[in-house]
Design a protein around this ligand. Structure first.
Ligand code: ADE
Length: 226
């Protein structure tokens, strides 16, 4: 899968040089290109912001450099994502859907955002990562890319995807490793029993208890597979 990220702050994407995302790129499972929108401005002072029609606080990103930057990477197979607090709230199933795309283009907004016509021209999907406002689209783009990358074939093992939070509509059960007793607290006996059916039952009970307590909004009384 190919991902082009358009940003005024390319340095923000340094974290992608580490760990799982970096390995996925080296293995050729993912290609992530970070593109500087400022390289596309035709303004002699390299300016990339402009005032909003109708007035109001703050500036918008200039239309021309964003338009030309998208055009430089766009083709019929591209899906454009615009991280924005006004978008649909990102979740597990959106991550899975985005991972099926051949080519994603992220437009990282700054200032007060981008001109509405850019969203329309490129049929961009506005995606929010939660009900709060960040200073730019770089962190949301990183969150979305990190999360969808886990569903790109070969990036993670199938088991780790099947057992994690949200994979069955529940939060994940608690996990333990060595030592068996730590600070006077013992690992639950059932996990040492070797009885896989009992362990699975215990984990499901714990996952349900946790979901009901922490995220009652997620708990629908039954589990789902998606
Ligand atoms: N840009 C600023 N805040 C954001 C948010 N919560 N989600 C996505 N993009 C954003």
């Amino acid at each position: 899968m190919k991902i082009d990220v358009l940003t005024l702050f390319p340095e923000s994407f340094k974290p992608f040089e580490e760990s799982i995302i970096s390995r996925a790129q080296k293995k050729g499972l993912l290609e992530i290109n970070i593109i500087n929108i400022r390289d596309f401005t035709k303004d002699k002072h390299k300016k990339c912001d402009d005032t909003p029609f109708g007035g109001g606080a703050g500036m918008l990103m200039s239309v021309q450099p964003v338009f030309d930057a998208v055009k430089s990477v766009w083709d019929e197979s591209s899906k454009v994502i615009y991280p924005s607090p006004s978008g649909k709230v990102f979740n597990h199933s959106m991550a899975k859907q985005f991972a099926q795309q051949e080519h994603l283009i992220f437009i990282c907004g700054h200032y007060e955002g981008i001109d509405q016509r850019l969203i329309e021209i490129f049929n961009a999907e506005e995606v929010s990562i939660g009900d709060y406002v960040l200073t730019g689209g770089e962190l949301p783009a990183m969150v979305i890319i990190d999360s969808l990358s886990r569903f790109v074939d070969g990036v993670l093992s199938k088991d780790s995807l099947n057992e994690e939070s949200f994979s069955n509509g529940l939060l994940e059960y608690p996990q333990y490793t060595r030592p068996q007793i730590f600070e006077g607290r013992a690992v639950p006996e059932v996990l040492l029993s070797g009885n896989h059916a009992e362990i699975a039952k215990w984990r499901k009970t714990k996952a349900i208890e946790k979901t009901k307590k922490v995220r009652p909004d997620l708990f629908k009384g039954e589990t789902r597979e998606d």
